[in-house]
Design a binder for this molecule. Structure first.
Ligand code: NAI
Length: 269
């Protein structure tokens, strides 16, 4: 451990259970000396094991539906109060598609479902940042990270409307990143993570084929949730102060690989 986040305060969204990327990140941030408030949708609190994580990391939990401005305003003002000052880091680790959940094919999407999934998975990132911005809740050289997937750039047929939500999310990082950088010296980035066996990940149809294929395609193998936590810590630290408005691929090299020998071998006669 390097004490990379000593004295830094933040908010971590999206720890549902021990497989969650946000859960691993909370553990790593704690190890690096950061303090934080944990938050999740009220419904997820009942399903998840967030209390265990809070105890382990000495954190308080404030429930918030990330689509509700009222909940977000309450969260940000309470978090700065509890932590004793402005924030240095925020992790947005939230995703949900109603079309995926209900098994609606992309060509048969229900638009009420699409709108809900977009609000939760994409617009919520704008809502979180607008709340932080208006309350002037971020310290200078703070860092905001959201998680995304490469289906925003390339087609993965079973990723459904989450692909569109991720494209929108990545665009928000650039657009808000400009204003947050100019006005408050805060950086905003998205991490484009390998397929990862979590509740959200496993909701994608054909996930086991998908994750094994990515593993075989990536020269370094898939990045795990633990690897993602390490990378996020680096983005929260003072070692990456001038990295902003980027979509950062964290995928073992998958995104720049045309084909691997392992994959070719499977197709040879
Ligand atoms: P997860 O299922 O553990 O986390 C998703 C979280 O979103 C849950 O904690 C859930 O309660 C929360 N959430 C849903 N609706 C919410 C709302 N209205 N308000 C607040 N929180 C809400 O799964 P995972 O994989 O850790 O997901 C985290 C992020 O990583 C998501 O953005 C996901 O799309 C992204 N990601 C995941 C990959 C994977 O293969 N698992 C790959 C690339 C990105």
């Amino acid at each position: 451990m390097y004490n990379l986040l000593k004295g830094k305060r933040g908010i971590i969204f999206g720890a549902l259970d021990e497989n969650s990327i946000a859960w691993k990140t909370a553990e790593r941030v704690h190890e690096e000396g950061g303090t934080f408030v944990l938050t999740n949708a009220p419904i997820a609190m009942r399903m998840g094991q967030i209390n265990e994580l809070a105890e382990k990391t000495g954190s308080e939990i404030i429930p918030a539906d990330a689509t509700s401005m009222e909940d977000l305003e309450n969260l940000v003002s309470k978090a700065t109060e509890i932590l004793g000052g402005k924030l240095d880091f925020v992790l947005h680790s939230i995703g949900m598609s109603v079309n995926v959940r209900k098994g609606r094919h992309y060509t048969e999407n229900n638009y009420d479902f699409s709108a809900k999934g977009w609000d939760v998975s994409a617009l919520s990132f704008h809502k979180v940042m607008q709340t932080l911005y208006k309350q002037d809740a971020m310290n200078e050289w703070g860092s905001i990270v959201a998680l995304t997937y490469m289906a925003a750039q390339r087609t993965f047929p079973d990723y459904n409307d989450m692909a569109d939500n991720k494209a929108y999310l990545e665009s928000i990082a650039r657009s808000f990143g400009y204003f947050f950088g100019k006005e408050k010296k805060v950086r905003v980035n998205t991490i484009s993570q390998s397929p990862t066996p979590t509740t959200a990940g496993q909701g994608v149809k054909g996930f086991s084929g998908f994750i094994s294929y990515a593993e075989k395609m990536s020269p370094l193998g898939n990045a795990s949730a633990q690897d993602c936590a390490d990378y996020t810590v680096s983005l929260f630290s003072d070692l990456t102060k001038k990295v902003t408005m980027q979509n950062l691929f964290h995928d073992g090299g998958f995104s720049n690989t045309g084909v691997s020998n392992e994959v070719i071998e499977r197709f040879e006669d």
